[in-house]
Structure formats: structure tokens, C-alpha cells
Design a protein around this ligand. Structure first.
Ligand SMILES: *Cc1c(COP(=O)(O)O)cnc(C)c1O
Length: 832
């Protein structure tokens, strides 16, 4: 299936015959000269003519040269040493801007800053011009990005495989309070970080027929003749680890037509028809669908999943055969991690490649496949677990469908014969859901095709064993394990919060930069009044910066002396932004009724995107904006309460928001948030958490200690119990006047006078069925917020808790997560 491939024409960066570069000088003098050289010869401008954007391009090129040296060295090392390589397959890589990451990891921040300042150019302003690579829609994609950085930083030969979306995830604007989705154009000015690899292209087939070939004296073979074929072309981006020690590759696939234009059709006058094939191919990598869309059943999405899975596997096989005779030892040389079920079709595709293309027997192919793959589950939400209608799957991927049936037959045989599973248990583990119009269950496929399956926090892993994969866990009791998520401290502490990084370095020395768990040395300083004051001063400056952004972008003035109470994440009912808004309304009510009380001033900040097809989530955004408009323009609340919704949440905005938070809202319905990583970024930067016992909050409680985190509400078990009993919100609302009045205000149009019925359904849903426990948790949430109000009045206490949070969050580094994956699942890396 490879097009135009020979082993000699490997990627130039695979290291063969690369010249050994002379070591580069990194003093400001040299850097300034090189930047001006790039400006002149690559950008075509003199320093006098150059705009800020030109300086960005020139600086990026200078940094890129240094990365490439190291990139070649790392690729060469991985290749010649024969060490095991880790491939991370993910539909999303939410990497954000790369320049600051690269400069910081190469330790060049100060010399570059100085070099640019010689021309009157400010590095910080230059960095801001880089577009965010928006190749993801939330936590799952950001996790993949943190993991890529941590693999490079912990010296693991990691390779990311994904899709090069031309438009990535949508850009959000707010118009008259409502979300508007616009295409993201991150590639409009070109992308200096990527290298197109024309020579690395693979054919990907769709549709067509499978025929059985029976040759005399040989076993029957299946041959798939796809009806449609497109080309997957590789684009490589270097990912630099801490101190530039290792540079790994993120390889993203772009879909291109085999024939760019049907010349016959064009010449006979059908100018549009001549391009139909081409458009159809290119559509595959045009946009990213939100993973939590309720109608993710689009055929195009299945095409995307198969497209990048097949291209990645063909590439891995080529790389393997470059150094090995055959694929029998594939699992010794490569580990493939499936990030959620999006690449799960890989299990069937690798079987097909092993059997149909490379001539392996079924049993051996199955052994290789299972030993190579491992799978990370990210959600227990039934509507987010992928399953495809059989007729669609069969039409698009007929051979893979056959293979799935055969895998299923084997698993069912094993369950019946070895474990005595009855029909109902077999129905539960089957790869085919016979109940809902017959569907292929991608979670089950990923599970049975992997040697390890992991959840992303301790609680989530336990719930996985009890719920979604209960019966598969009975069948394969050793397969599920936990790997709690983490975030990279390079981006989320050092780059996002240089003020805090300098303060910590000054207080305990720089060792924590190389080993973040050493930040624990900061802990005793929570008792040091002078240190607390400096810590609070850093926070204050970060809050001023965010206040400026809010003033500029939204013309709303907020007081940096107030509590910055922040909830930023995708908008979803289970994450309960609604609960937070109701609390804001109740507080607004109370301030108006009791203006004489000693209220603690608060700024409630929201940001996040709603999946375009998720009507309830979009209503919540609308409500947040309507409530903001009403409260912020009411002179009666003065500066005691402000509500702000910042549009277009993305990585770069998160880097400004996290360091400026006093209070982090992690208030999901217990049992629903798999881990969360936003919770970790906030706490590392010294925010206190108000949260439920959900996801990684449970482990954060263990690490920071119960005095330093504010836990409230029902537990996962209590939520499950109440759901079984089908409680409505009605009786709770009747007993809680604060809640009732807030809901009355919403449903009667206080916040939407131009459309009083706008939120009628949103509120009546709560009365009829409190599915997300918004009513059930309201009082506990309210009480905890008021405790936090009181705590804010004692700044010594508050700041001491904030210091404890920063000092005790080192364990939540993605370096720790990656070391655990490497040790327990991949058996790869320096300690393997
Ligand atoms: C960290 C991050 C997330 C994940 O946030 P959660 O609160 O864990 O859901 C989503 N989007 C962006 C841009 C992030 O940086």
C-alpha cells in the first residue's frame, strides 16, 4: 500500500548521513546576527522595514535551526540503538504556541530577549503573534500535547501520530450573548514548525469489495479492492524536551487526492466535476469534530479515524522493517498507545496488514497486535463511547469488518469456554451491540486488542471496572490499570508563570526545574510571612494582567483585589457551569437584599466552548453572558460581584488565566469527570480548589491535604444511588429559597428581558429531573463558597494554603505519568 517509497529515501531527519553540525553559539551577539540574517535572506526585509510578524518568523527560524540539530541527533540515536519506540496515536494534539516552549526548553529566553531588544523588539509581544495550533478541543488533546513534551523531557523515544486539520477546532465568538462558531485559520500565514515529507505518503482505501483467492495448495486469502483511494502525506513537527536533550517528532497526516484533477472532465468543460474527487479527499483533514458532540455519527469522522490509523500503522511497519527482517518482533520494538477509542480501528487494521499484506497467520498476528497496543479510556459517558452502525462500517471498511467479526468470535469462545459466561454476559462483552440497530463498539475493540487498558485517575479506573468494562474486566482481570494524568510544568508553571518560577527559584534554588517534585521544599515557607507576601504579590501581578486582558477584550473593569473565581473548560452539563451561574445569581440576590453586610468581593470568570450541536451547553453560555450583562451593569452590587465570560478559550488564553486564579472551580457531578487536568494547572499556580470528589480531585485532596482544598457535595456512589431512585429537583427547590429565587429569576426572564422564555426549558428540566445533581449539591456548594468568603478575609491563612498547593502538586507533573506508562505499559525508555 505504500506509494513511492524506498528504504533509502527515508526522511532526511531519520539521520542517515546527516552532517555533524558545528556547535552553535548562543550569546545574544550571535543570536542577534543570525536573526537579522534570517530576516534578510528568508523573510526578505531589513530590520528597519520589518514588522513584528517578520521578527517572529526570523526568530522562529533561528530557534528551528538549533532544534533541527538536536532532532537529527535524537532520531539517529533511536534508530541505531534499536531501543523501543513509543507511538502515541491521537485524534487531537492541542499543542498551542510552540516558540516560547522551544525557547524555554533550549534555555534561550534571556539571550533571545536581549538579542531582539537590540532592535527595539519585545520578545513577549513577538511571541503573542504566533497562532495557536488548535488541533484539539479539550483535555484529551491537551493531555496528548503534555505527554509529547514529557516524553521528550524524560528521554523516551516518542512519536506522535495524528491529523493535520486545516482548520482545527472552531474559533468561538460571542454575539448578543450567544456562541458563534467560525473556522480557525491557523495555517493562513504558513507554519514554520512543520516539514512536509512528500516522500512519506501512503495510500488509504475506502469501500469496495473483498474477494477470496484460493490458489492450489495454499490457504485461502482475502483480498480487499477498495473503490476509493486517497493519499496520506506526512507533516513533521519537532517537539523539544527540557534542556533540549531530546527532540521527538509529531507526525500529522494530510489527505490528498491521488489525481489532483480529472483532466478529461476538465477539458470537456466540466470544471467543477473535475475537482470532485480532489475535494472529497481533502475534506478528510479539513476540520476537527468535537469529540463530545451528541451527533458524532458522521461518516466523515469514521473516515478520519481510519485514515490516520492506517497511515500511522503503515508508517510504523515501514520503520520497523527498515531495521528488522519481519514483523514477528514488532511488539519488542514498538509500543502503540491508543488515546481513547478514536484510533481503535487500528486493532483491525494492524491485523489486516499483518495477515493480508505481510502473510502472518491469524494466531501470530493476534499475539503481535495485542502485545503492541494499549488503550487509554477517557470517559464513562455512554453517549461519548463510540459505536458505528454496522452498515456504515461494512460499506466503508469491508475487510476490517470481517476481521472484527472474527476477533469477536474468538473472544466469545474464550469467555464461554474458559469463564462459562452466559448469554447476557456475552452480550455485554461482544464487539457488536445487537440492541441499537447493530453497531460496532469501539471501546470493546480497543480493550480486547490491547495488553493494557488504563483509566486516567484512581476513581475513574475503579469506576471503569464497575461500569463500562465490568464484564471485560471479569474476563481479563489483569488488564485494567490506573495512570493518573499530569500536566507539563514547563508550560504550565515556568512559561505561564515566570514570576512564580523566579520566586520559587529564589527561595529554594533551581533544582525543581529539573525535578518538579523537589518543589516540595517550598512547603515550610507557607509559615513565613515575608515569603507569603512575595507569593501574594506575584499572584497580584498575574491578576492585573488578566484584568487588563478583560478590560481590553470585553470593556469590563474588574478589581484585581477581589477573589478571582474561575471556571474554564469545555461547556458541558456534567461539568456544571450552570451550578456556578446559579450560585452567582443567588449571591447577587443576597448582596442586593443585604447591602449592609460585609461581602467579600468576587469576580466570577468563565470561558469554554460548547460543541456546535450541543444545544443545552450553548444555552449555558448564553445564560452566563446574560447574567454578566445584568449584574455588571447594576450599580447596586458595585464592585462586590462581577461575572465575565471570556470568548475563545484555548491554550494561550489558559496560560494567562491559570496563574491569575485565586479559586479554581472543579465542580463536576461526582463520577463523571475522568480526571481533569485544568484542576492541576490551577493548583500548581497556587489557586485553591473548590470541587467535588471526582476525577483527580480525589488524589489532589490526598496530596495537598484536606485543609488546603474545599471539597463538597455528593460522592460518586451517592450520585449513582440517587440516579437509580430518580429524584427530581422539585422537592429540593421547594426547601431552598435561595435556589428557588435564583431559578425563578432565570425562568421569568430577569436576565433575558428581550426574550423572557429563553431559559424556560433549562429551568423546568431541573424541576423534573435533577440528572446532574445541580439542585442536590446546591446548598453544600453555597455553604462552601461562603466559607471561602470568610477565609479570604484572613489573607495570611489563604496565602499559606495557596503556597501549600504549589508546593504539593509536583506529583501531578506529566513527567510522572509518562514514567509510569513507560515502566508499566510500554517497557520503554531509559529505565527499561
Ligand atoms: C487543560 C485544558 C483543558 C482541560 O480542562 P479540564 O478543566 O480538565 O476539563 C481544556 N482546554 C484547554 C485549552 C486546556 O488547556
Amino acid at each position: 500500500m505504500m506509494a513511492d517509497m524506498t528504504n533509502e529515501v527515508d526522511s532526511a531527519l531519520d539521520g542517515t548521513g546527516a552532517p555533524t553540525p558545528a556547535p552553535r553559539k548562543n550569546d545574544p551577539e550571535t543570536l542577534a546576527r543570525q536573526i537579522v540574517e534570517k530576516l534578510t535572506y528568508s523573510v526578505g526585509k531589513t530590520p528597519a522595514e520589518a514588522r513584528r510578524y517578520d521578527w517572529l518568523e526570523a526568530t522562529t527560524l533561528v530557534i528551528r535551526d538549533r532544534i533541527i540539530d538536536q532532532w537529527m541527533e535524537s532520531s539517529q540515536r533511536a534508530k541505531t540503538s534499536g531501543e523501543k519506540r513509543v507511538c502515541y496515536l491521537s485524534m487531537e494534539f492541542l499543542i498551542g504556541r510552540l516558540l516560547r516552549d522551544a525557547i524555554n526548553n533550549l534555555n534561550l529566553t534571556e539571550p533571545i530577549r536581549e538579542a531582539l531588544s537590540r532592535y527595539g523588539v519585545d520578545l513577549d509581544l513577538v511571541e503573542l503573534l504566533e497562532p495557536d495550533a488548535a488541533l484539539g478541543n479539550g483535555g484529551l488533546g491537551r493531555l496528548a500535547a503534555c505527554f509529547m513534551e514529557s516524553m521528550a523531557s524524560t528521554d523516551i523515544p516518542g512519536f506522535g501520530y495524528g491529523i493535520r486539520y486545516v482548520h482545527g477546532f472552531f474559533r468561538q465568538e460571542i454575539a448578543d450573548g450567544a456562541q458563534v462558531e467560525l473556522p480557525e485559520t491557523w495555517l493562513a500565514h504558513g507554519n514554520p514548525w512543520e516539514f512536509e515529507r512528500r516522500e512519506l505518503a501512503y495510500e488509504i482505501g475506502f469501500g469496495g469489495k473483498v474477494t477470496t483467492i484460493q490458489e492450489p495448495g495454499r490457504p485461502a486469502r482475502q483480498v480487499w479492492r477498495p473503490a476509493e483511494r486517497v493519499l496520506a502525506v506526512a507533516y513533521d513537527t519537532p517537539i523539544v524536551g527540557w534542556r533540549g536533550r531530546r527532540v521527538n517528532t509529531l507526525r500529522l497526516w494530510s489527505a490528498q487526492p491521488l489525481d489532483p484533477i480529472l483532466l478529461d472532465a476538465f477539458n470537456s468543460g466540466d470544471h467543477i466535476g473535475a475537482l470532485v474527487e480532489s475535494n472529497k479527499a481533502e475534506a478528510i483533514t479539513r476540520i476537527l469534530y468535537p469529540a463530545d458532540s451528541h451527533q458524532a455519527g458522521q461518516e466523515l469522522r469514521l473516515r478520519q479515524e481510519y485514515f490516520f490509523s492506517s497511515a500511522s500503522l503503515q508508517d510504523i511497519i515501514r520503520r520497523h522493517l527498515h531495521a528488522n527482517e519481519n514483523l514477528s518482533n514488532l511488539a519488542d520494538k514498538f509500543s502503540i498507545q491508543l488515546n481513547d477509542t478514536h484510533p481503535a480501528v487500528s486493532v483491525a487494521e494492524l491485523m489486516r496488514l499483518l495477515i493480508d499484506v505481510h502473510g502472518h497467520e491469524w494466531a501470530e498476528a493476534w499475539e503481535i497486535t495485542r502485545n503492541t497496543f494499549s488503550y487509554t479510556n477517557h470517559t464513562l459517558l455512554p453517549e461519548a463511547l463510540e459505536h458505528w452502525p454496522i452498515h456504515l462500517f461494512e460499506r466503508l471498511l469491508p475487510r476490517q469488518m470481517q476481521i472484527i467479526y472474527a476477533i469477536n468470535a474468538g473472544v466469545i469462545r474464550e469467555a464461554a469456554q474458559e469463564k462459562g459466561f452466559d448469554d447476557s454476559k456475552i452480550a455485554a462483552i461482544s464487539l457488536i451491540d445487537e440492541g441499537n440497530g447493530r453497531r460496532v463498539r469501539m471501546g470493546q475493540l480497543a480493550f480486547v486488542g490491547s495488553h493494557a487498558v488504563n483509566g486516567v485517575s484512581a476513581l475513574h479506573t475503579e469506576l471503569m471496572k464497575e461500569t463500562v468494562f465490568h464484564h471485560l474486566h471479569l474476563l481479563y482481570p489483569d488488564r485494567i490499570e490506573n495512570k493518573t494524568n499530569g500536566v507539563t510544568p514547563r508550560r504550565w508553571l515556568m512559561q505561564a508563570n515566570p514570576g512564580l518560577t523566579d520566586l520559587v527559584t529564589d527561595a529554594i534554588g533551581p533544582a525543581f526545574l529539573d525535578d518538579i517534585e523537589k518543589i516540595a521544599d517550598l512547603d515550610p515557607l507557607a509559615d513565613d510571612a515575608a515569603f507569603r507576601e512575595r507569593f501574594a504579590a506575584v499572584k497580584r501581578r498575574n491578576k492585573e494582567q488578566l484584568a487588563n486582558l478583560i478590560g481590553e477584550r470585553m470593556a469590563t473593569q474588574v478589581d484585581p483585589g477581589a477573589i478571582f473565581d474561575i471556571q474554564v473548560k469545555r461547556i458541558h452539563e456534567y461539568k456544571r457551569q450552570f451550578l456556578n451561574i446559579i450560585e452567582a445569581i443567588a449571591l447577587y440576590d443576597q448582596i442586593r437584599s443585604h447591602p449592609e453586610r460585609d461581602w467579600t468581593p468576587r469576580v466570577k470568570i468563565f470561558a469554554g466552548k460548547a460543541a456546535p450541536s450541543y444545544a443545552q451547553a450553548k444555552q449555558i453560555i448564553h445564560l452566563a453572558n446574560d447574567v454578566a450583562r445584568t449584574i455588571n451593569s447594576d450599580p447596586a452590587v458595585r464592585d462586590l460581584l462581577k461575572v465575565v465570560f471570556i470568548p475563545n478559550y484555548n491554550v494561550s488564553l489558559a496560560e494567562i488565566i491559570m496563574p491569575a486564579a485565586d479559586l479554581s472551580e472543579q465542580i463536576s457531578t461526582a463520577g463523571l469527570e475522568a480526571s481533569g487536568t485544568g484542576n492541576m494547572k490551577f493548583a500548581m499556580n497556587g489557586a485553591l480548589t473548590i470541587g467535588t470528589l471526582d476525577g483527580a480531585n480525589v488524589e489532589m485532596l490526598e496530596h495537598v491535604g484536606e485543609d488546603n482544598i474545599f471539597i463538597f457535595g455528593l460522592t460518586a456512589e451517592e450520585v449513582a444511588q440517587r440516579r437509580r431512585e430518580a429524584h427530581s429537583g422539585r422537592s429540593i427547590i421547594a426547601e431552598l429559597p435561595l435556589l428557588r429565587e435564583a431559578l425563578d429569576a432565570i425562568s421569568s426572564g430577569v436576565f433575558s428581558p428581550e426574550d423572557p422564555a429563553r431559559y424556560h426549558d433549562l429551568v423546568s428540566n431541573l424541576y423534573n429531573n435533577d440528572w446532574w445533581m445541580t439542585c442536590a449539591d446546591f446548598q453544600a456548594y453555597w455553604d462552601t463558597q461562603r466559607r471561602l468568603d470568610a477565609l479570604w478575609q484572613d489573607q495570611d491563612e489563604w496565602q499559606a494554603k495557596a503556597v501549600h498547593n504549589t508546593a504539593r502538586m509536583g506529583w501531578f507533573s506529566s513527567d510522572r505519568s509518562i514514567r509510569e506508562y513507560a515502566r508499566d505499559i510500554w517497557k520503554a525508555g531509559p529505565d527499561a
